[in-house]
Design a protein around this ligand. Structure first.
Ligand code: FE2
Length: 380
């Protein structure tokens, strides 16, 4: 079978090792705590092509915070800012800067998901609660994961209003063209020294995930810096969480830099999938999104390494898109520079053409590009 057929189906990577007792149906949304949700929402619309979906704030009866919900195909972002001093959101922003607070997972039964995971050792974050309005009901529950990040279980039970009860439709005049982003391919967590295995065990024991791939410091090192990574996934393969920890090198690992500026473990990047990476990345670049660049020499021998591909090399080289191949096909990927002032969160754009891996062949070129950025920040 050609890799093309595989891609058009967008088949998830099934992980037969995983015990999918929850089960997880997909990512419901990602919530970021940010300093100024109104302006952040404009950035995700104008630069990234997200569409306005829902809003909650003073006008909907909230007193202390505001949330904007944005959507592009299956990707839903919630941007939340505090309206008053004090409280958990302010403290989170003061400590971490803007960052991912919740990776919300879509389930059939939020109460059962809470009970099953807490029984297996998860620390409760949100006791199961039902939110209801004229459009139906949504049940939510939540548990803690690495750092101050949490997982919210969302049971939608046929809810057909804007986002969830408590929100109203958000219909501004301004709409930006979507950029072709389809779904969340994976969400990566950075954790501290010697904590990778602990969190992989957490996903195995508490969530029933199994390990898909492991990279040690020999796979992921340059002359100067190193990290280690394991990829955990659930049974139907819709949820993939690589977990990184720093490794010893001659200079400071990019994971250490992250931990220093985020003040602890947290989400390092979201990988967003597209069916046309050349179009998506040129749109994003035109709208001001900045990407990491590898040296031009990368393209001199890349096709010797990855073999034949459907795309022309020229636009890939022009945009700085990277290519890698595994036994099942190839993938195209590119990474933004940090999308915040702190060198913490960034976004990966990925197009899979059969490959189920994560771009191991690009790690060295990529991490050397990151080192050059670290060098310019004085954090290498
Ligand atoms: Fe990634």
């Amino acid at each position: 079978m050609s890799t093309k057929d595989n891609t058009s189906l967008n088949l998830p990577v099934e992980n037969p090792e995983a015990e999918d007792f929850l089960p997880l149906l997909g990512t419901d949304h990602v919530e970021l705590y940010v300093g100024n949700a109104k302006q952040a929402a404009h950035y995700y619309m104008s630069a990234w092509g997200f569409q306005p979906e829902a809003y909650a704030g003073l006008e909907t009866g909230l007193k202390d915070r505001v949330s904007y919900v944005l959507r592009q195909d299956k990707i839903r972002l919630v941007l939340t800012s505090p309206l008053k001093p004090g409280g958990d959101i302010n403290r989170h922003i003061e400590r971490h800067g803007d960052g991912v607070k919740a990776i919300a997972l879509w389930v059939d039964d939020a109460r059962k998901s809470f009970e099953e995971t807490v029984k297996r050792g998860a620390e409760p974050y949100l006791e199961p609660e039902i939110r209801e309005d004229d459009n139906g009901k949504v049940t939510l529950s939540g548990i803690h994961t690495y750092g101050e990040t949490v997982h919210i279980f969302v049971e939608r039970s046929g809810y057909d209003g804007p986002f969830m009860p408590g929100y109203r439709a958000w219909e501004p005049h301004y709409r930006a063209e979507p950029t072709g982003l389809k779904y969340i391919d994976h969400m990566v967590g950075n954790v501290g020294w010697n904590e990778m295995n602990k969190w992989c065990e957490f996903y195995a024991k508490v969530m029933g995930f199994a390990q898909l791939i492991s990279f040690d410091d020999k796979d992921i090192s340059t002359e100067y810096t190193a990290l280690m990574s394991k990829v955990m996934s659930n049974g139907n393969g819709r949820i993939k969480f690589p977990i990184n920890e720093p490794a010893e090198g001659r200079k400071k690992s990019q994971i250490e830099e992250y931990i220093e500026f985020y003040n602890g473990a947290g989400v390092q990047h979201m990988a967003l999938a597209t069916d046309n990476i050349i179009k998506t990345v040129s749109d994003l670049r035109d709208r001001g999104v900045e990407f990491l660049r590898v040296p031009a020499t990368y393209y001199e021998d890349v096709l010797d390494r990855v073999g034949e591909i459907d795309e022309k090399l020229e636009p890939l080289r022009d945009l700085g898109i990277l290519i890698d191949r595994d036994e099942e096909g190839y993938l195209l990927q590119i990474f933004t520079k940090p999308i915040l002032d702190r060198p913490t969160l960034f976004i990966e754009i990925i197009q899979r053409k059969g490959a189920r891996s994560f771009g191991k062949g690009n790690f060295k070129a990529l991490f050397e590009a990151i080192e050059r950025e670290q060098e310019s920040r004085g954090t290498l």
